[in-house]
Design a protein around this ligand. Structure first.
Ligand code: LLP
Length: 421
């Protein structure tokens, strides 16, 4: 996405580490999903308010999983209040849906005051909402009893997942909706099958019986949501999602559901990663090169406080070395790439379980730049202040404009949280 010259000049202009996002890539990914009635961006992937604005302008709706994310959506121009809309179909077109498995007390007040449609992953949420605000519009997030995911930590269905209302408890959930007078808008399932269309077919089929139960209970629906989980090719050769195929499978389910209910249903999709992952890179500078016995290490000025995915899931990210001085890079030295944190797990080249892996890179020198690719999703959004490292800057490229969309945090800002002023 970036030329070597661009990489050097961005690193020099904004300092390192720096996140760089490419707006046209995001727009292209969004456009590729326009066959769905709504693309609801799962902003946990990257909630920068400028990115939310860009997606809103492109016609995307948005998902929020915390009060903070909902406030970001509002700051980006998304509207609230749909939970009190006159009809189910209007409520189904809400700009913002709040998805969670629980509501803390402050957030319960917040969603009620703002009139945010809530996608409920537990029956207790339904009870708490229903007691306070009969008539509030809700979705039900279902756990169909099986999951999928690139690591145990990201599987979103089955007995070991805390997410969603267990499929066998749907009857009880519908009972609470009826007893409290909540309004059911839609059924939602986020399993994340990626390109595994056989598995996706199983997920789609698991949506039909719940629709039948809703009908049998005398309730209705205006929408179903396919959730997110559209994968991207992190490694060369990995397949790409075919949006038409993905849509076709869900559309068949939607039609079956429509036949059961006797009217049209909106079909939503809720991707995070697919929209933004490939649009982003993290640029770091090489600050030390050393050998630990037989293992060459390249140490850069970004750590897992910036990009947590390798340390947390053994996730793979492609990396590219760009010379700092314009010299021609040559050779392929298998090296471990690590960061500055005072923790041995601060290594970007590791497999699941923390086994250090080596990555063939040209011989690196201090002052070169490392570009860590496909980090637009769950990169910046999972960053922390570990080791009292301030959050890195974020830059948005849009054709020939370059814009700083988050300034680099300062240590003074961190200290002010503790010392005041
Ligand atoms: N909808 C719901 C209800 C979700 O829980 C998620 C992700 C998404 C949509 C978006 O999933 P996506 O399309 O981005 O795969 N930190 C992990 C990913 C955790 C995803 C959690 N839920 C990672 O870095 O891979």
């Amino acid at each position: 996405m970036l030329t070597d010259d661009q990489t050097r000049s961005l690193a020099r202009q904004f300092g390192t580490p720096v996140w760089v996002m490419d707006a046209p890539t995001v727009r292209q990914r969004l456009a590729s999903l326009q066959v769905f009635d709504a693309v609801r961006y799962a902003q946990k992937a990257n909630p920068n308010v400028h990115l939310l604005r860009l997606l809103r302008e492109g016609g995307a709706k948005v998902d929020a999983v915390s009060r903070g994310e909902a406030l970001r959506a509002l700051a980006a121009g998304y509207r609230d209040g749909s939970a009190r809309a006159a009809t189910l179909f209007e409520a189904a077109q809400a700009d913002i849906v709040y998805t969670a498995d629980l509501l803390d007390r402050e957030t319960l007040d917040f969603v009620l005051t703002k009139g945010l449609v809530v996608n409920c992953g537990s029956i207790d949420m339904l009870r708490q909402l229903g007691e306070r605000a009969p008539g509030h519009a809700v979705w039900l997030r279902l756990n169909p009893g099986f999951g999928h995911g690139h690591s145990k930590k990201t599987s979103t269905g089955g007995e070991h997942s805390k997410h969603g209302i267990w499929h066998a408890d749907l009857g009880e959930a519908l009972g609470v909706i009826q007893a409290t007078g909540l309004r059911l808008v839609g059924l939602h399932m986020h399993i994340g099958s990626g390109v595994d269309y056989g598995h996706l077919g199983q997920v789609c089929r698991a949506m039909v019986d719940p629709v039948r139960q809703v009908k049998a209970a005398g309730l209705d629906l205006a929408a179903i949501s396919a959730g997110g989980g559209l994968s991207i090719p992190y490694r060369e050769g990995e397949p790409r999602i075919d949006p038409a195929h993905y849509f076709g499978l869900w559309d068949a389910t939607r039609r079956e559901a429509q036949a059961l209910l006797g009217h049209g249903l909106r079909l939503e999709i809720e991707p995070g990663r697919y929209l933004v992952a490939e649009a982003g890179v993290l640029i770091a500078e090489v600050r030390a090169v050393k050998r630990q016995g037989r293992v060459p290490f390249v140490l850069v000025d970004a750590g897992f406080n910036e990009l947590m995915r390798p340390a947390m899931y053994g996730a793979h990210h492609n990396m590219r070395l760009v010379s700092g001085d314009g010299r021609l890079l040559a050779g392929a030295t298998p090296s471990a790439i690590a960061g500055p944190l005072c923790e041995s797990g601060d290594v970007f080249t590791q497999g699941a379980g923390g086994v250090i892996e080596l990555r063939a890179l040209p011989q690196a020198a201090v002052g070169d730049f490392l570009v860590i690719e496909n980090t637009g999703a769950y990169g910046s959004s999972m960053s922390s202040n570990y080791n009292s490292r301030p959050l890195a800057a974020e830059v948005l490229l849009d054709m020939d404009t370059t814009r700083l969309i988050r300034h680099r945090q300062s240590v003074e800002e961190l200290l002010a949280l503790e010392l005041g002023n």
